[in-house]
Design a protein around this ligand. Structure first.
Ligand code: UDP
Ligand code: MG
Length: 160
């Protein structure tokens, strides 16, 4: 799609991150944004949305046959989510490291899931698992005009 012209990899890679309903309720939005900002990534899109079950079923389509799918869709639609697009070098892979493991019990302290949650079904944050899923998820949650392309004045202090 025209959201991802050739060259939207490397420094321009984009990842989809969402603070889940439990993260919003537990006032973790600021903390989570701060971790991505301080890391050096660039925020290019953000909105607070209460997602429909249809959107969530599409978002998690690869998991539709899992026993936890129904509960997952109910959990994710139970309150507003903060959907974000972050940009930067290797942002998808690096974000997964910032998040920690899917199950908070396996997540190291210092990761978001390691620091702020206990159970896999209340793990406060979503992050795309590959560049391909990031592109699919960004197109699902954002219109092209909701993403801002802005010059990063600190880029020279983040990238050599
Ligand atoms: N999930 C769950 N039970 C499981 C595995 C996953 O409730 O046994 C939920 C959990 O909230 C997880 C989401 O389903 O974040 C998506 O699962 P996935 O395997 O894609 O993990 P993620 O990519 O979020 O780490
Ligand atoms: Mg996943």
């Amino acid at each position: 799609s025209n959201l991802f012209p050739t060259g939207w990899t490397g420094f321009n890679e984009r990842g989809f991150i969402a603070v889940k309903p439990d993260g919003v309720q537990r006032r973790l939005v600021g903390e989570i944004i701060q971790r991505f900002e301080k890391k050096g990534f660039q925020l290019v899109g953000m909105k607070l949305v209460q997602a429909s079950e249809d959107l969530l079923r599409e978002h998690y389509r690869d998991l539709r046959d899992k026993p936890f799918f129904k509960g997952l869709v109910r959990y994710m639609s139970s309150g507003p989510i903060v959907a974000m697009v972050w940009q930067g070098l290797d942002v998808v892979k690096m974000s997964r490291r910032v998040l920690g493991e899917t199950n908070p019990a396996n997540s190291l302290p210092g990761t978001i899931r390691g620091d702020y949650c206990v159970e896999v079904g209340r793990n406060v944050i979503h992050g795309s698992d590959s560049v391909e899923s990031a592109q699919r998820e960004i197109s699902l949650w954002f219109r092209p005009d909701e993403l801002e392309c802005w010059e990063d004045s600190s880029a020279q202090w983040i990238y050599e």
